[in-house]
Ligand binder design. Structure first.
Ligand code: NDP
Length: 335
């Protein structure tokens, strides 16, 4: 827990907002004294891009306090620690907890955070690989855990993943296929990303319009379970077409936050809807999810499901992820 001299300055993507103006995002050099309060200072080696980062960088997240350094995830090594659990040189990862929303985040060479928010980076992963997982991968694993804790097994039948070509979706496809599930994917990019999804283990591809077109309270029973990142009419269609006794894990709103559904799947088919949150997920469950990710995440996801970019690319990438144009996971390298 010694304190080597911290650098005097660090580079970060800084969001600023003048009264009545749009949010401005620019890579800026800042004095180390600008870092927020926290017990552990981390040399960030990698961050990543999530849907929520897209909202933050484009000014759509409803951040209350500017200036803000966005980036809801980071991985790196401890430079300075006032907490006995972490020592200089430890490899650490952070996802969620409001970092990058209320507390300066990972689009930065340095981050200072509460020790309680950190996990040790699993030995299998370097910083970039931990960020190939990131909030999206953690959330995908929490969805799988929700379904399996409820009793789901591969012999129950197909498992549907919506928004499959995005971050959460692609990791969910990969994890489920590796566990022996027959995975049906729903995507708006069947032509462009069909090969990618089959490479991750998708057994069947649906166009997303097929699900949002399901308007009856109960439709033909098709999946034993589903992971939904889309919400809106898609989630309503998923619920209506889930088999008797099935389970649906809902974690996202890429298609809308409304849920124009009826109670019929719940009361006539015993379907269960599981809400999944990664941001405030308790530490023990979080650790269990990371342990499982380290043990189970197929290498193919890390080899083929990840693109890399730099801080300077983020304003462009933020628009692209909100437009549903980003494939799989994007790692931001800071080394
Ligand atoms: P991505 O943008 O990487 O993936 C979202 C995918 O949803 C897109 O790739 C696209 O997939 C599909 N999609 C996008 N727009 C629409 C639309 N209008 N209608 C239908 N489908 C659409 O984002 P993430 O994977 O990072 O996040 C996905 C969702 O999960 C977001 O809503 C995010 O806020 C939420 N989330 C929640 C977390 C939690 O803790 N609960 C944690 C992480 C994310 P395709 O091209 O295959 O159709």
């Amino acid at each position: 827990m010694t304190s080597p001299a911290l650098p005097d300055t660090f580079r970060a993507l800084l969001l600023t907002k003048e009264e009545g103006q749009a949010v401005h995002a620019e890579v800026t050099t800042l004095p180390v004294g600008d870092l927020p309060e926290g017990e552990v200072t981390v040399r960030v080696q990698a961050s990543d891009l999530n849907y929520k980062d897209g909202l933050a960088v484009t000014g759509k997240l409803g951040i209350r306090t500017y200036p803000m350094v966005p980036g809801i995830d980071f991985a790196g090594t401890v430079l300075d620690s006032r907490d006995e659990r972490y020592a200089v040189g430890d490899a650490v990862t952070l996802t969620g907890w409001g970092v990058g929303e209320r507390h300066w985040g990972g689009y930065s060479e340095l981050a200072r955070v509460k020790a309680d928010w950190l996990v040790r980076t699993p030995a299998r992963f370097g910083a970039a690989e931990a960020m190939a997982v990131g909030t999206a991968g953690l959330t995908a694993m929490l969805c799988v855990m929700a379904l399996e804790d409820a009793g789901l097994k591969p012999e129950a039948g197909d498992v549907l993943v919506t928004g499959a070509a995005g971050g959460v979706g692609s990791v969910a496809v990969s994890l489920l296929a590796a566990r022996g599930y027959r995975v049906v994917t729903s995507t708006g990019r069947v032509e462009e990303e069909g090969g990618f999804l089959r490479g991750l283990g998708a057994a069947e591809l649906l166009h997303r319009d097929e699900l949002s077109a399901l308007k009856k309270p109960l439709e033909k029973e098709r999946w034993a379970a589903a992971v939904d990142v889309v919400g809106g009419e898609t989630l309503a269609g998923v619920l209506a077409s889930t088999k008797y006794g099935g389970h649906v894990a809902a974690c996202g709103l890429a298609g809308g936050m409304q849920l124009p559904a009826t109670v019929m799947p719940f009361i006539l088919r015993g379907v269960t809807l599981h809400g999944v949150d990664s941001v405030q997920c308790p530490a023990d469950k979080r650790q269990r999810a990371w342990d499982r990710l380290a043990a189970e995440l197929p290498q193919a996801l890390l080899d083929h499901g990840v693109q890399t970019a730099q801080l300077e690319d983020l304003p462009r990438l933020a628009g692209e992820i909100l437009a549903g144009q980003v494939r799989g996971r994007t790692v931001i390298t800071l080394e």
